[in-house]
Design a protein. Structure first.
Lengths: 419, 233
């Protein structure tokens, strides 16, 4: 295979008719270029959407209470009830597959009144009572100080972690934040840390204007008793929350004496299901990319096969001479196959290189013009490239197969007769 | 060297079949220079093709240097052709994108000889036919006589047992023809067995033996007094 004369001959044959060779190569080049561009565009969309999800733990559901719509066990219809801190313990015992169960309480909300005061400055912020685990479910970067820890929970410390948005509004630039006090609905909390949330979509501003305080301190300071506003529940990897959620909701219904068929009383949102819907979209996109790309590539390959057939036809006499001189059929077949594979691989490589340059250009453009919604860093990974190369070799073989077969079918005596 | 017994060959032409060779018996000794003569359609080319293992006989025996040639698959036939036979064609049949040297070296390539040896040997044979200075020219840059001499060098390079020449002077003018025949005689003088198919009597006279073919049978097989081509050049 790595034979100087053979390669010399391949080059000689392919360069005798430059124009034809280039046109043929263009078919394969174009196919692989389209494949690469389609796959990278799909990947870009995927990257963009994934960035919007951020590093939020996706195997997560949220659960809250609403009024009942069915009377049950002597309880009237339209009853309001709240989750309790004991529910967390119950769930933890009944569902060992769960990784985090974070009970949460909240003050403020969308367009709430001013609820936080520092000196002469005031602001309206979302204030959450949380457990330390929340940082793993809803990741944020701690820029200074620390996040809430277990000691804060145990000792009901009145400490707070504020977002950069809060810091910018309540503090002067350069002012020391850590150790200072802010007044949340009349209760003083000491600031122990600041955070910054990474977010791709529109709520970036809102996300920075939050204050996190220990759940226990929140309950005590704002008279929540053992009420729980809602829960963020994350399951361990390998246990989709979608499979567990019915059991969890039913358990809550049982504990709170809600009719089992009351579908309104416990509200929930399954992030995992949403995420999976998007995931399957990614799958469909890459399928379309491969499908269309390979079909385009196929037409290029048919072109190569066609040209190789013509080449064999043109060289009928030459093949006859070689046979008469004693070249064995296998060697001729190998020659034709190698020519075909060589042509496909060279043009395919050119397609991959141009495709890579194209992706590079798009990336440079994106970088220069700032981020675009739902599109980020289009790329193809090494796996795709090697898959493309593999497809190329196979297709080169396929393209050469019929011509090679027809080449060895030529009987030397017939070949010599053609003038 | 060559032993043929009762050789038959017919071609199918649509529904008719054309009986070309109707029982050929003849043998060739080592070192002979045999002309096979006959008008067109007499079956001389068919006979040569069968001798060259390019075609297969329907019936009969063919023994080449003690080896029965029968039921060969393509690979084996190619191998035998390469080792035992050298072909010289009327239309030279050089590969036009290869230089004279590469053309001559081709049979050695199929024997998988190392590149260096191939080139040395090919050059040596080119020298023998007087074309050493032309070794790096393409066939298109050579004259008809030169092309045929390259073809002769190519046929000789693998040191075959028998040289088969099909109308080797058919495309050449008479002066060039005699030059080529002189070369053939020289090669024959070195002890090589050569079969020449021709329909030109003067070319046939330059061989040592003439076999006349007519309608698929040998009508006359005679030894002749060889006319040296040198006298005509």
């Amino acid at each position: 295979m790595f034979n100087r004369d053979r390669w010399k001959e391949i080059l000689e044959v392919l360069t005798t008719n430059w124009f034809r060779t280039v046109l043929t190569a263009f078919g394969v080049f174009w196919g692989i270029l389209i494949l690469i561009i389609l796959l990278s565009a799909g990947k870009g969309l995927e990257n963009g959407i994934r960035a919007d999800f951020g590093d939020i733990a996706t195997n997560t559901m949220f659960m809250w209470t609403r009024s009942t719509t069915k009377a049950h066990m002597g309880m009237p219809i339209g009853r309001n009830f709240r989750f309790k801190t004991e529910d967390v313990k119950t769930l933890r015992e009944k569902f060992p597959q769960l990784r985090f169960i974070s009970p949460r309480n909240q003050l403020g909300g969308f367009r709430g009144n001013n609820n936080v005061v520092r000196g002469i400055k005031t602001g309206a912020y979302n204030v959450y009572g949380d457990y330390p685990e929340i940082i793993q479910q809803e990741p944020m970067a701690i820029t200074t100080g620390r996040f809430i820890n277990q000691n804060d929970i145990d000792n009901k410390r009145k400490v707070a972690v504020i977002g950069l948005g809060v810091r910018n509004e309540l503090y002067e630039t350069g002012e020391d934040v850590l150790g200072s006090y802010i007044k949340i609905q009349g209760v003083n909390f000491m600031v122990v840390g600041t955070y910054k949330k990474r977010s791709g979509n529109g709520d970036g501003e809102e996300g920075q204007k939050e204050i996190y305080v220990p759940f226990t301190a929140f309950s005590q300071a704002f008279n929540q008793g053992n009420n729980v506003g809602w829960m963020a529940i994350t399951a361990k990897d390998g246990f989709p929350i979608t499979d567990l959620k019915t059991g969890i909701v039913n358990e809550m219904k049982r504990v709170h004496k809600v009719h089992p068929e009351d579908s309104r009383a416990v509200g929930f949102f399954d992030l995992y299901e949403e995420f999976n819907r998007v995931e399957s979209l990614f799958g469909a996109m890459s399928f379309i990319g491969y499908f269309v790309g390979i079909l385009v590539l196929l037409s290029g390959i048919i072109g190569v096969s066609n040209i190789m057939l013509i080449v064999v036809k043109e060289r009928t006499k030459e093949i006859g001479i070689r046979r008469a001189l004693g070249e064995d059929p296998w060697s001729i077949r190998k020659q034709i196959l190698l020519e075909s594979i060589f042509l496909t691989i060279i043009s395919g490589m050119a397609g991959i290189v141009i495709g890579a340059l194209f992706i590079y250009g798009v990336n440079a453009l994106l970088e220069a013009n700032g981020p675009v919604d739902m599109f980020m860093n289009p790329s193809v990974n090494l796996g795709v490239v090697s898959a493309a190369l593999f497809i190329l070799i196979i297709s080169g073989l396929l393209a050469g197969f019929i011509p090679a077969q027809s080449a060895i079918k030529i009987r030397p005596i017939d070949a010599l007769r053609t003038e | 060297m060559i032993e043929i017994k009762d050789l038959h060959k017919s071609y199918k032409m649509g529904s008719n079949s054309l009986h070309v060779l109707k029982g050929i018996n003849f043998s060739v000794e080592e070192g002979e220079l045999v002309a096979i003569m006959g008008s067109s359609g007499s079956g001389k080319s068919t006979l040569l093709n069968i001798l060259g293992m390019l075609d297969e006989a329907d019936e009969g025996e063919y023994v080449l240097d003690g080896i029965p040639i029968k039921n060969l698959n393509e690979t084996k036939a190619a191998n035998y052709r390469n080792k035992f036979l050298g072909f010289i064609f009327q239309s030279f049949n050089l590969i036009n994108y290869k230089t004279a040297l590469e053309n001559v070296a081709l049979p050695l390539y199929y024997q998988k000889l190392p590149r260096k040896q191939r080139q040395e040997k090919a050059l040596q044979y080119l020298e023998q036919v007087g074309l050493k200075e032309w070794s790096h020219h393409l066939p298109s840059e050579l004259s008809g006589g030169q092309k045929q001499r390259v073809a002769i060098a190519r046929a000789m390079v693998a040191e075959p047992k028998v040289l088969l020449a099909d109308e080797l002077t058919g495309a050449l003018d008479s002066t060039t023809s005699y030059e080529v025949m002189e070369l053939i005689q020289k090669i024959n003088d070195q002890g090589n067995t050569i079969l020449v198919v021709t329909h030109e009597p003067d070319i046939a006279q330059m061989c040592k033996r003439i076999v006349h073919l007519k309608d698929g049978v040998i009508v006359k097989d005679e030894k002749v007094k060889q006319v040296r081509a040198k006298a005509h050049v």
